[in-house]
Design a protein around this ligand. Structure first.
Ligand code: ZN
Ligand code: ZN
Length: 651
């Protein structure tokens, strides 16, 4: 018999093979491909036009693994078309690596034995009501949103819903932003279910991945908690997907194979015809629109744990109090912080800037230190005593021959967390202070540090955005936003939404155990209106207005954007190519082309970047027409195109 077999490579179609073995759709097989032997999957359709006259080769063997489900295959076909990714690359997301499936070890997944034990956790009346609403029409595809302020006990509600599904013999998937996959969360899970969940993210070992993969394919593992890539696991009997922190923008994969894991989770649920629950404190603008249209059902939790109230807000206008030289913290804020520390409150100084200083320049020649590979300033990291590019990793020492004479004399303009931490140390020398950023918290000793923070052995934190993500610090009752700058949103249509999410998440870290908490905003801007809007306890007001703006300006979620980025090492060649490419595709696609313009980050890793943005109605016609015409265009050598459907970042 002849069979179509899809291989995990850059081709968008299956290849035709001959087989003596009886094969059906979804079977995993090993086939020869050129000089290699690779694992592929029997696909649901032959290649449409068999243009090339290859000699048809034979399937080498069928692997002893439960077949990939037809619904999953349909989902992958759709996934590939929607995101403009070759089908083979979509399959690659499922197969882990070229021979992983062939070498699976059986029966090692027993560590994930899933016998639910009883726990003593009792839901509140509000939680019970929410759960009841969530469980309506649980037998088929539907999207339910559970919205609740941070600390209101959303997790327990969806854990109950999941328990229900597992008891019926199904598997469940909980998606979390990568950074939310903490041991704190795992502990909570074990407390509730009484067994260890299979945890899946980019950091786990290859061996562990193979064990989990195999347990998922044969249905022995019941629950996976995973980052976005867990969405492509070959579940045998998936019954529920939960997307926790659904608003989190890190669900969007920006590089390589680009897709939005939250949206794809909803699609996968629809293909599998199972329910999906979206969990959030403040819904993303897309989700909010679907709630308004009645497409998604919703339940809300409004009470916080132990009736804790949300933190109050105070704006400290820096125009009214003069800062001392080389200081970024006003007298007023230091006094406030003192009062909190006296009450044994933990304090967080928030500044979303890693390192010591974001801008270093010479006092004599006035030249800035910028990255030779990217169009961006180098950041000075005092801890490592070097200048670092946060985009390409370029490093350099703090030494440079001066254009005037001798060596440059550097001055540091503006603070990063390291610099703020130094100032805090001067002000509170007797307190324990820790920096909380990706530079300090991804190390081996970070588990120890976390324990100390939780136990309030560290009284003051100086942190970046990393700290806004899902951590539970019981004593944290004071947050100081060192510099709230809402003006630099220019090119980013999602800037306002990003700020809303950031400050809601951030303030959700404070006052979690019932003590009164305050968030202080230091600012030069006269933007008290904006601050009160993004910190309003009822985010719907902000979201409603934001939707209106998006509608008026034909922006997502009312229209679809597809971003096309051309990169190349030769600036003028790239510019010409961008115009040629635009002329070639214009009028042949469903949608209007904006650009070409230089990307805000014009040079990245030695390549120049030019953007085109295609805007059109939300229909697959846009992707199909675009994919067709791109195939016909011959790019000059050295020029690369990357496509991003529904872009989130515009840099
Ligand atoms: Zn760089
Ligand atoms: Zn100089």
């Amino acid at each position: 018999m002849k069979v179509p077999i899809l291989l995990p490579n850059i081709f968008n179609h299956p290849f035709t093979y001959e087989s003596n073995i009886n094969l059906k759709v979804g079977d995993y097989v090993v086939v020869p491909f050129g000089k290699l032997k690779i694992t592929g999957v029997v696909w649901d359709e032959f290649e449409k036009k068999n243009s090339k006259n290859f000699k048809i080769k034979s399937v080498l063997k069928k692997l002893d693994v439960d077949p990939l489900k037809k619904t999953t295959i349909k989902f992958l076909n759709w996934f590939s078309e929607y995101n403009m990714i070759p089908k083979g690359m979509a399959l690659k997301l499922v197969l882990l690596s070229s021979n992983a499936v062939e070498n699976l070890q059986k029966d090692t997944y027993k560590i994930f034995d899933s016998n639910i034990t009883n726990n003593s956790i009792k839901l509140s009346e509000e939680q019970k009501k929410s759960l009841k609403k969530m469980n309506i029409s649980n037998q088929k595809f539907r999207v339910h949103v559970l919205q609740g302020t941070t600390g209101s006990g959303k997790t327990m509600v969806y854990f109950e819903a999941l328990k229900n599904i597992i008891n019926k013999g199904f598997q469940g998937l909980i998606l979390l932003p990568e950074i939310g996959l903490t041991s704190q969360f795992e502990k909570k899970f074990i407390e509730f279910f009484g067994f260890i969940p299979a945890v899946w993210h980019s950091g786990i070992s290859k061996k562990k991945k193979e064990i989990i993969w195999s347990g998922i394919a044969n249905g022995k593992i019941k629950v996976v908690i995973g980052a976005r890539s867990s969405l492509f696991l070959p579940f045998k009997k998936l019954g529920l997907i939960v997307v926790d922190e659904e608003h989190d923008q890190s669900y969007k994969q920006d590089e390589g194979i680009t897709y939005n894991a939250r949206n794809m989770a909803i699609s996968r649920a629809s293909f599998e015809n199972i329910p999906v629950n979206l969990i959030t404190a403040v819904p993303s603008i897309e989700t909010y629109e679907n709630i308004k249209k009645g497409k998604y059902s919703i339940s809300k939790l409004e009470k916080r744990y132990q009736n804790a109230s949300l933190p109050s807000y105070e704006i400290i206008n820096l125009r009214e109090t003069k800062l001392e030289k080389q200081s970024w913290l006003s007298k007023k804020i230091i006094e406030k912080v003192k009062l909190h520390l006296d009450k044994n409150d933990q304090v967080l100084f928030f500044l979303n800037r890693r390192g010591f200083s974001p801008h270093v320049l010479c006092n004599k020649c006035f030249n800035s230190c910028s990255c030779p590979n990217c169009s961006i300033n180098l950041v000075y990291h005092k801890n490592r005593n070097n200048l670092l590019c946060h985009y390409c990793g370029f490093k350099s020492s703090l030494k440079r021959a001066c254009a005037k004479e001798g060596e440059c004399e550097f001055i540091f303009s503006g603070p990063g967390v390291e610099r703020i931490s130094e100032e805090v140390k001067r002000k509170f020398p007797e307190k324990k202070i820790e920096i909380f950023s990706s530079d300090t918290m991804n190390k081996k000793d970070s588990k120890e540090k976390m324990e100390k923070i939780i136990n309030n052995e560290i009284q003051i934190l100086v942190g970046t955005q990393l700290i806004s993500k899902g951590f539970h610090f019981p004593s944290l009752n004071c947050i100081v936003v060192v510099d709230i700058d809402l003006s630099s949103q220019g090119y980013d249509l999602r800037g306002a939404e990003k700020n809303l999410q950031l400050f809601h998440q951030l303030s959700g870290r404070a006052g979690r155990t019932g003590k009164p908490a305050t968030v202080y905003f230091q600012t030069y801007e006269n933007n008290s209106k904006m601050i009160s809007e993004i910190t309003n306890q009822n985010p719907d007001i902000f979201l409603d207005r934001e939707l209106e703006i998006r509608k008026k300006n034909k922006l997502p979620p009312y229209q679809r954007f597809i971003s096309l980025i051309l990169t190349g090492a030769n600036e003028s060649k790239l510019e010409k190519e961008a115009f040629n490419f635009k002329n070639f595709i214009e009028n042949k696609i469903e949608g209007k082309i904006l650009g070409p313009v230089n990307a805000p980050l014009f040079k990245l890793k030695r390549n120049f970047r030019i953007r085109l943005l295609v805007r059109g109605p939300k229909s697959m016609k846009m992707q199909i027409s675009l994919a067709k015409i791109i195939l016909k265009y011959k790019f000059s050598s050295g020029i690369k195109l990357s496509v991003d459907v529904d872009p989130i970042n515009f840099n």
